[in-house]
Design a protein around this ligand. Structure first.
Ligand code: F3S
Length: 755
């Protein structure tokens, strides 16, 4: 149990710390004096301070030390730019960056990839050089989708990983606790700060029996989504247990964990078992499998009689295939009812496109089972009735299914093989077969099906299902088709039924790694120059924010008093703005453009209180900033809910904001604001929100005495009338107060390092 085993085959500097993990876990176990679930064991064994950390599920905030970080290309840009501004020579923990989101599907794999590489050259060049400079692994465009590559190369049982993508939990299929986060959290871990997470509750899902016929692991999560709805997993880790967990493949478990994101779960996980051993061995990591076996009993499984906050039981013997959608992944319909439900709802019955693959469902097993159905159909002379696309999750999968013939089967069927990338799953799809606005149905083996996600057409009814079922729909071309009960007609008009799918979970001849798409950081990195073109409109180096000048800010105008819900989408919109995720100045042009101004009930129209002129929110903020005037925002409840995107905090800081004063904050946004040196403050008396007029001016008094638990006084100067005071609360701890004083958390890190 004392041996030194590498986390993977690609890095020589990262090791598995089971020994330390067990020590930490035992400290916590002794303190809590109760059996632990598997998820708890992983979390608590990664605590920064297991002796003193307060641990109450659903209540305490845990300070954790993850083993590694994974970033995708869209979110990595700002994370790395921020890390660079901390002035550290290299990342503190192993980090990998994966180019998968920026590749648009148009005509098929190779051509699409080439086009994307040209189009996004400056971003890819930046990521390639920055990863080399700061000692991170770089997976080039064409290598595959982040979660598939993590599963194939980096995931191991008992590990704690964070990733800047919501489907990071995919790695739970190998017994890893993998959590999707925003870029700011990734920067914390890169810069060796502990990472904070509210201690999740644990939702136990007990699996009994064994799946058969057309049912596949995807159906477990589709069924579960129907039970829990999209919110049912919020603040919880889903932990699977029961004899059913040992009846299917590790990649199948990956699929289930991946889609835990669709029920809002923090993450999902399976305990270490034989399928994981088989997968680790098949991916050349037998040494890790053997090492993990030594820790299986104490660390890598749940304690007998451990307590879950809630338990849902699913019987796999009777589980049917499901079709979920349209427009939401929790609208779950079993295939036996789909015919009636589809007709009753008036969903378009003609299936126009079937899409298999993606990070959710592109394992060797998925591809083999889909190919088995196609071969059966082909033996009756049938080809795809719909457009049929195949997205291999990685170059390794693509090369292996090319070698073993499944790829050829897909092509003969009429399938289009797309690049090893996200493609249509993230809306990177130049869809040509219908006009925008045309009502139509598509079925995919992906995970998300929100309105417009795949093709930007709000009239597209997108359903998610297993790859097996998607393939069956592509053969039948009809949403009412149930392959378990319905017959098809062959070319001669004879009726037949499709045989249930079959296929190997793992390739008999091992995986073919295909083209080498990985780039390890060089040993000596001093001479590596990070590539950012000075005139780029997509990338911009960050300049450190100024430290606090030690004075109380006075007479600050209110940039906007926002009305109603103000989510991160209202604060920093996504969609076309994604392009500017690496360019703070350009993306700041979307600041609060979705928020409603309480003064006139309009979005993106606020008055400059000095000139009386109405302009957009970012324009007015910039005008104030350029005049040297600090400003505040007034907001309502749960301000900044939604995503963890750090741009929603970087932008107000960049535009000269000083404080965001609300009834309450969404916690991640609040922390992000603190990290960027802004003051997130709350009305002690929420009714004060109503007393504030958009043209009042604000003083904040006594900031030099800012201390944990001590209120701040806000003096409000109405345009006409007497000043009045309100008390503001905050959640700063002493470390975070330094972030404010130094101008940002990264400034503080830089100062500590350089003195
Ligand atoms: Fe990519 Fe879609 Fe997965 S966007 S990471 S394939 S959820």
């Amino acid at each position: 149990r004392d041996s030194k085993v590498n986390q993977n085959l690609l890095e020589d500097h990262s090791f598995i710390n089971y020994k330390q993990n067990v020590e930490n876990m035992n400290i916590v176990k002794k303190r809590l004096n109760r059996p632990l679930t598997y998820a708890e064991k992983i979390l608590y064994s990664h605590l920064d301070n297991p002796q003193e950390q307060d641990i109450q599920r659903g209540v305490s905030y845990l300070k954790l030390r993850p083993d590694r970080v994974a970033c995708q290309d869209a979110t990595a840009q700002m994370a790395i730019l921020q890390f660079m501004s901390a002035g550290l020579p290299e990342v503190a923990k192993p980090v990998t960056v994966h180019c998968d989101h920026l590749i648009q599907a148009q005509v098929g794999g190779e051509k699409d990839l080439k086009r994307a590489v040209d189009l996004n050259k400056e971003v890819f060049d930046f990521l390639a050089t920055a990863t080399a400079k700061y000692n991170m692994g770089f997976w080039k465009p064409g290598s595959g989708i982040i979660h598939q590559i993590v599963l194939e190369n980096y995931a191991f049982p008992g590990a704690l990983m964070i990733g800047t993508d919501s489907h990071t939990p995919n790695a739970g299929g190998l017994g890893q606790l993998a959590i999707g986060v925003g870029g700011a959290d990734a920067v914390d871990v890169m810069a060796d700060l502990p990472w904070e997470l509210k201690a999740p509750k644990i939702l136990g899902v007990k699996l009994t029996g064994r799946m058969n016929g057309w049912t596949s692991p995807k159906d477990i999560i589709l069924k579960l989504a129907g039970i829990t709805t999209v919110k049912g997993g919020t603040g919880k880790i889903v932990e699977y247990f029961g004899e059913g967990v040992d009846t299917f493949s590790a990649t199948g478990m990956g699929t289930i964990c991946n889609m835990g994101a669709e029920i809002g779960a923090t993450t999902s996980v399976f305990p270490y078992n034989q399928s994981m051993i088989d997968y680790l061995k098949a991916t050349r990591r037998g040494k890790i499998a053997d090492f993990a076996k030594l820790y299986q009993k104490d660390l890598l499984s749940a304690d007998p009689n451990c307590g879950y906050d809630e338990v849902i039981e699913l019987d796999l013997n009777t589980l049917e295939p499901y079709v979920n959608g349209p427009f939401t992944p929790d609208l779950a319909t079993p295939i036996s009812k789909m015919k009636d439900v589809a007709v009753a709802n008036g969903w378009p019955l003609d299936v126009r496109v079937g899409l298999i693959g993606s990070c959710t469902n592109s394992s060797y097993e998925d591809m083999s089972r889909a190919a088995s159905i196609i071969k059966d159909a082909a033996s009756h002379g049938l080809k795809a009735k719909t457009i049929f696309t195949v997205t291999p999750g990685s170059e390794q999968i693509r090369a292996t299914i090319e070698r073993d013939g499944q790829l050829e089967t897909f092509k003969e069927f009429g399938g289009i093989v797309l690049a090893n990338a996200c493609g249509p799953c993230i809306g990177q799809w130049d869809r040509q077969d219908i006009k925008k606005g045309e009502k139509n149905t598509i079925v995919s083996s992906y995970n998300r099906n929100f309105t417009s996600r795949n093709d930007g057409n709000p009239q597209t009814h997108a359903f998610v299902a297993s790859p097996e079922l998607v393939t069956a729909f592509a053969i039948a071309g009809d949403l009412r088709f149930n392959p378990i009960t319905d017959k098809l007609k062959d070319k001669a008009g004879n009726e037949f039924m499709l045989k249930p799918p079959f296929g190997n979970g793992l390739p008999e001849d091992g995986y073919d790694p295909g083209n080498n798409t990985y780039s390890a950081p060089p040993k000596t990195r001093d001479s590596v120059a990070v590539s950012i073109a000075p005139n780029s409109d997509r990338l911009q180096k960050l300049t450190a924010f100024e430290a606090w000048d030690g004075k109380d800010p006075k007479n600050m105008p209110i940039l906007i008093k926002s009305l109603g819900k103000t989510t991160t989408d209202h604060i920093s919109m996504a969609g076309p703005w994604l392009k500017y995720r690496g360019h703070l100045e350009n993306i700041s042009n979307n600041y609060m453009i979705g928020a409603i101004n309480a003064e006139n009930n309009k979005a993106n129209s606020v008055k400059n209180v000095y000139t009386g002129e109405y302009k957009g929110v970012p324009d007015t903020a910039r005008d104030y900033r350029d005049q040297g005037i600090k400003w505040v925002v007034i907001g309502g409840e749960n301000f900044g809910e939604g995503s963890s995107r750090e741009h929603a905090a970087l932008e107000p800081r960049f535009l000269g904001g000083c404080a965001i004063i609300t009834k309450s904050f969404a916690r991640i946004h609040e922390t992000n604001l603190k990290k960027q040196g802004l003051l997130p403050l709350n009305f002690k008396n929420p009714a004060d929100y109503d007393k504030i007029n958009p043209d009042d001016k604000i003083d904040l008094l006594g900031l030099d005495k800012l201390a944990p638990g001590v209120d701040i006084t806000m003096r409000v100067h109405p345009k006409n009338g007497k000043p009045w005071d309100a008390q503001l609360t905050h959640t700063y701890n002493s470390e975070q107060i330094d972030w404010f004083k130094e101008g940002s958390a990264l400034n503080k890190i830089r100062k500590d390092r350089l003195g």
